[in-house]
Write a protein that binds this ligand. Structure first.
Ligand code: PMP
Length: 420
């Protein structure tokens, strides 16, 4: 392990929570060099919705590589890219009645967010962007400017400007109708709020603590944007590709954002890939105005196409995700109901679930206890107060039950010693 401590930067983080060297992975399990197997309730922070190395994607990937398919292609036209675009149109956009042009930005979530912010500013000629409390959109400067977390923002070392934070749904615990705040400011010429280019929102905040916005709140936000000529950007980097059930997390609200950011699980194999979906009337980019060397990583297009064909030709995955999500919600509800000394609050939608601890430090302790028991889970939220449960959508019922039993055991081990 010393090579990591000696050579790798202090910036490393997950390796501190899980101080073992992983070697192989399959489905919902990772194995370390000593042969110990860990059940994965983390799923690459949402990048592995179909689990590790799924055979249905591995085979086409290996075939593509061995036949000498183009690996690196900037934004050249390739067979792999054409097949991806056609399949995406056929299986994702058309059945949902969505009309988007597809931009390939650099292959990370931050890259798609940067492209979305730049494009919204170009389309509207305005500078300001509205973001929300506890939002997370990435680590590059533009994405960081619309991110809430003060520790991450501090890393910028320069002022992060041209973004105005507004209260996310339920920020005031239902005591104040928080959505009205933004509406009132937009309508008040004395509010001091510059006319924004865009609003950027997660339908369920992932890193911010698994906070789902109510459907009516999302609908209200979409209406408000339309009335004021503000572009609505949904950042579906973590909650898209089926994490909350439907392919896009905003589908349940029946809204059609102007721009959608996708990354993480879109390649389906953990290969880097990102998309920025743009309503055709907003596709005002000049050729090469936003480019990047790794926009055409063709092996990712191959696995993305195979994933869409295998998992999204019908609604079976969506239904099973919702059912598994209910199973997790029930288990978390039971834990909360019996917890005496510590108030536990279950939250989430689909298979993006969390358990919030009244004493924030107990969430990390519970994740550490889970790791000792062979379960990988991370924390989320501004004070890391939420234990985050994000298994692969393809996890089996038996594995889900096994993991939930380990969660219950870990929560009990940590909370029973706490006096009220
Ligand atoms: N947006 C959201 C909603 C995210 O959850 C993340 C990553 N956690 C990002 C953007 C940034 O993605 P990346 O780490 O790939 O840059």
């Amino acid at each position: 392990m010393n090579v990591f401590e000696n050579l790798e930067s202090e910036v490393r983080s997950y390796s501190r929570s899980w101080p073992v060297v992983f070697d192989t992975a399959h489905g919902s399990r990772m194995t370390d060099v000593n042969g110990r197997s860990y059940l994965d309730f983390f799923a690459g922070a949402g990048a592995l919705n179909y689990g590790h190395n799924p055979a249905v994607l591995q085979k086409p990937l290996i075939d593509y590589l061995t036949r000498g398919g183009v690996t690196h292609g900037l934004d050249m036209m390739t067979v792999a890219k054409a097949e991806f675009l056609q399949t995406f149109q056929e299986l994702v956009l058309a059945p949902r009645g969505l009309d988007y042009k597809v931009q390939f930005p650099g292959p990370t979530g931050s890259n798609t967010v940067e492209s979305a912010l730049k494009l919204a500013r170009k389309v509207t000629g305005r500078e300001a962007v509205i973001n929300f409390t506890n939002a997370f959109h990435g680590m590059t400067l533009g994405a960081l400017s619309v991110t809430g977390n003060s520790m991450k923002r501090g890393g910028a070392g320069i002022p992060l400007v041209h973004a105005t934070p507004m209260p996310y749904d339920n920020y005031f615990d239902g005591t104040v109708p928080d959505f009205m705040w933004l509406e009132a400011l937009l309508g008040d010429s004395g509010s001091g709020l510059n006319e924004p280019a865009a609003v950027i929102v997660e339908t369920v905040q992932g890193e911010g603590g698994i906070n789902p916005a109510r459907i009516e709140w999302l609908q209200g936000l979409s209406d408000l944007c339309r009335r004021h000529g503000i572009l609505l950007i949904v950042d579906d980097v973590q909650m898209g590709v089926g994490r909350t059930g439907p392919f896009f997390s905003f589908e349940i609200a029946g809204i059609q954002p102007d721009i959608v950011c996708l990354s993480k699980s879109i390649s389906g194999y953990g290969l880097p890939m990102a998309l920025t979906l743009i309503k055709p009337e907003h596709d005002v980019w000049g050729p090469g105005e936003h480019n990047g060397t790794f926009r055409g990583f063709n092996p990712a297009f191959v696995t993305a196409t195979a994933a869409l064909r295998h998992f999204w030709a019908d609604d079976a995955l969506e239904r099973s995700t919702l059912a598994k999500g209910e199973r997790v919600a029930t288990a978390l509800g039971e834990l909360a109901a019996v917890s005496q000394a510590v108030e536990l609050t279950p939250k989430g939608r689909g298979l993006a679930r969390g358990l919030s601890f009244e004493q924030p430090e107990l969430a990390a302790k519970t994740c550490a206890a889970a790791f000792e028991r062979g379960l990988l889970m991370e924390t989320a939220g501004p004070s890391d107060e939420v234990m985050k449960i994000m298994p692969a959508l393809t996890i089996t019922d038996a594995e889900l039950d096994e993991g939930l039993a380990l969660v219950a055991d870990s929560v009990r081990a940590v909370t029973e010693g706490v006096s009220s």
